[in-house]
Design a binder for this molecule. Structure first.
Ligand SMILES: Nc1ncnc2c1ncn2[C@@H]1O[C@H](COP(=O)(O)OP(=O)(O)OP(=O)(O)O)[C@@H](O)[C@H]1O
Length: 236
């Protein structure tokens, strides 16, 4: 039976006007992602990864082209619908965690879930990221890896359709980075959540079901890994 893609990116372009100069951050980008896939978008700095993630996450609009999420064209949504999309359908994980310093780990997760409709049980999610013992700590009392686990819990608790991660291991040492990737993979498999990770780290591609390579705003290769390796075996 033919599978329907969960995410369809069609002929997406984004041009930034910088005075007299036009910067083509995305140049006719098209691909598909299926539900439950772990996808890595790989490319060097400036290749357009963040621009692409921002459009997929409803934080920015393309100059042309469209993005369909579960057969809904988000690129023609008005502001109100885009806000609802970002709030209910997408979990975000950033390089620098972006936690609220004056809230505990649990409160950070709870706050994000509070504004959503169909959320997960907060304590179950805290257990899932192995932070049950530390949920009453403040971010300043936690390591970088622990703070990133809180950020992942915050994304997951919303029970989103997809989880978008922008360089999630960028601020972490190698060993902690691997643990974070392993956690994202576990959540992807156990909860059947689509996870999209953008990174410049080529080695991370080996753990993905689908690797989308970019350069200068264009896709240079899309590879489906028949046998992705466990994150624990990645080396960089
Ligand atoms: N708001 C903006 N205004 C003007 N140019 C921009 C803007 N955002 C991105 N660009 C340009 O678009 C291109 C793609 O940038 P983007 O941040 O998407 O790349 P990236 O692959 O995510 O890079 P990095 O890994 O360094 O974050 C770059 O040339 C960048 O300078």
């Amino acid at each position: 039976m033919e599978r329907t893609p969960q995410i369809k990116v069609e002929n997406l372009s984004k041009v930034y006007q910088m005075g007299e100069v036009q910067v083509k951050a995305l140049d006719d980008v098209s691909f598909e992602i299926y539900e439950g896939e772990f996808v890595v978008i790989l490319g060097p700095s400036g290749s357009g990864k963040s621009t692409l993630l921002n459009i997929m996450g409803g934080m920015d609009l393309p100059t042309s082209g469209r993005v369909l999420i579960a057969e809904e064209e988000i690129t023609k949504y008005n502001d109100t619908k885009l806000t609802a999309y970002r709030r209910d359908k997408v979990g975000f994980v950033f390089q620098f965690y972006n936690l609220m310093a004056n809230l505990t780990a649990r409160e950070n997760v709870e706050l994000a879930a509070e504004i959503c409709k169909d959320t997960m049980d907060i304590d179950e999610v805290m257990a899932e990221v192995d932070l049950s013992e530390r949920k009453n700590h403040f971010p300043s009392q936690m390591s970088g890896g622990e703070q990133q686990r809180v950020a992942i819990a915050r994304a997951v608790a919303k029970n989103p359709l997809l989880i978008l991660c922008d360089e999630p291991t960028g601020a972490l040492d190698f060993k902690t980075g691997i643990l974070i990737l392993a956690l994202l993979r576990k959540i992807n498999k156990k909860l059947n959540k689509t996870v999209v990770v953008i990174t410049h780290n080529m080695a991370v591609g080996d753990m993905a079901d689908r690797v989308i390579k970019m350069r200068s705003g264009k896709i240079t290769e899309i590879k489906v890994n028949p046998e992705p390796i466990p994150p624990e075996r990645i080396e960089w």
